[in-house]
Structures are given as C-alpha cells and as structure tokens.
Design a protein around this ligand. Structure first.
Ligand code: ZN
Length: 265
C-alpha cells in the first residue's frame, strides 16, 4: 500500500515538463515514490480501483476535438487527470515517455487505456531526435511502444516529437503520423490555472488537437481542466481520441504522412 505522494517541489516541477528532458521527469517520478515514507495514511492502490469505461459515439457532423497530454505517465498528475476525465465523462490521449514507465506509472497508464483513452508515443528519452541516427530514432520509438504494449496490450499509433522538433530524417524513420496541437505553455509553472484555461479556450475550434502536459506534479493543468472541459462541452464539442478525430474527419492514417497535425480535417 502506498499513500498518494504529492511533494511540494516547485523547483522539480519547473524542470520536468515538456521543455526539458525526460530524464528529469523520470527522476522526479522515482524520487516522489521514495521520500517521506514516515507518513502512515494509506491510499487505495491504483490497481485495485474499479476502472470506469468511458463510452460514447462521435457524431462526425458535429464539432469534435482531441484532448492530449504529454510527458507522463506518473503517479501524481496522470491519475488526477484521469479522475477529471471520469468526472466529465470524456476521453483523451496520452503521449508517454518510455523512461517514465515503471510498474506503478504503468498501472496508471493501463487505467487510462482501460477507461477508453489512447496511449501514444513521445519517445523514450525526450531528446532532440533530429540529432539522432535512424537506428537511434527507431530504438526510441520501439522502446516506448513495447512498454505501452506490455501494460495495455496495444501498440502506439501516433507520435509527438519532443520539442516538436522535426526534419525529413525523423519523418522517414517514424512510421506514424506526427501530432502537434494548440498549447498553453503549461510546462511553465508561472502560467496560472486561469491563464492555461483561457489560452486553450481562445484557440479551440473544430478539429483541433489540444496539447497539455500531465508531467509529474503539473497540478495546475489538472485544475485548468475543471474550466476547459465543461466550457467546451457547453459549446458543443465532442472529445475524441486522436484516432477517433482522424476517423471523424475522414483523414486516413498513413505511415508515410509527413504532416504535423494541429488541426485534423
Ligand atoms: Zn514533451
């Protein structure tokens, strides 16, 4: 049994988000699991919690968007995001870093999958991949893909390049569509909950992919979801996985696709 660990570590938060290395995010994750073991209040073990399957049909004739999260999985922000998705009955997609996947975060990832969310690929190490050889690139993708399959039973279908840094060699080496999105600089801890919500809401339109971060301890983004999701639901948007968004917009998924998608269709 392990309590929910939420160390207040703004300095760690500032270096573990998308604008930094996955190595830092990974070490934050492991440190959060080892410190302060003197606290005795137990929390339910994630694996024992019943998973609520989120199921609904997407109507392609109505506005549809994809909510996505980068830089997990972990045992702080990721399960908090999943709790919000359950609360509002919406699906999302997670672009995970292979080096962040361990037994505990893998169980959180499986929960996301079992809820109906999509798990996609954000590399193994979160490095600038345009500086890598084809073999190194393929090894990064394969590492994460195999761990996602180990925990969820499914392979990744889409790729988000770290730092959205791409070149022709990277497109040639990765046989998945490349996904970008509208953002809110939510890797910057100085951006408030309200600013995160406002930036997403003002950019959202039909077909858009929303890019947020469930990096370790990024709780401001979790709190922003309490504005973003209900407001977009009130505006009539349907929340699709990335696969469902492509399907709804009639865009074929091709391994040779050299687009960098922020809007689909
Ligand atoms: Zn990232």
């Amino acid at each position: 049994m392990r309590r929910k660990v939420l160390p207040l570590c703004a300095a760690a938060l500032a270096i573990c988000l998308c604008g930094c290395s996955g190595k830092d995010g990974s070490s934050d994750n492991s440190s959060s699991q080892t410190e302060n073991t003197s606290v005795t209040t137990p929390a339910p073990v994630i694996q024992e919690e019943a998973v609520k399957k989120i199921e609904y049909e997407i109507d392609p004739s109505k506005p549809v968007i994809a909510l996505t999260f980068d830089d997990g999985p972990n045992t702080s922000a990721t399960p908090a995001v999943l709790d919000r998705l359950e609360k509002y009955n919406v699906k999302a997609s997670f672009f995970v870093i292979g080096n962040n996947i361990n037994e505990k975060s893998g169980a959180v990832m499986k929960r996301a999958h079992d809820m109906g969310c999509e798990i996609n690929n954000h590399s193994q190490t979160h490095s600038y991949m345009t500086k890598m050889s084809t073999e190194e690139i393929k090894a990064e993708i394969e590492y994460t893909d195999q761990l996602v399959e180990k925990y969820t039973g499914e392979k990744t279908k889409f790729f988000r390049p770290p730092y959205i840094s791409v070149n022709s060699e990277l497109y040639a080496a990765v046989d998945m569509p490349f996904i970008n999105g509208i953002g809110a600089n939510d890797w910057d801890d100085s951006v408030s909950v309200e600013e995160r919500a406002e930036r997403i809401l003002e950019q959202t339109k039909d077909g858009v992919i929303i890019l947020l971060h469930d990096a370790d301890m990024n709780i401001k983004t979790v709190e922003a979801l309490d504005t973003i999701i209900p407001e977009l639901q009130a505006q009539g948007y349907q929340f699709a996985t990335v696969s469902e968004l492509f399907e709804a917009k009639g865009v074929e998924i091709s391994p040779d696709d050299q687009s960098l998608y922020t809007i689909v269709g």
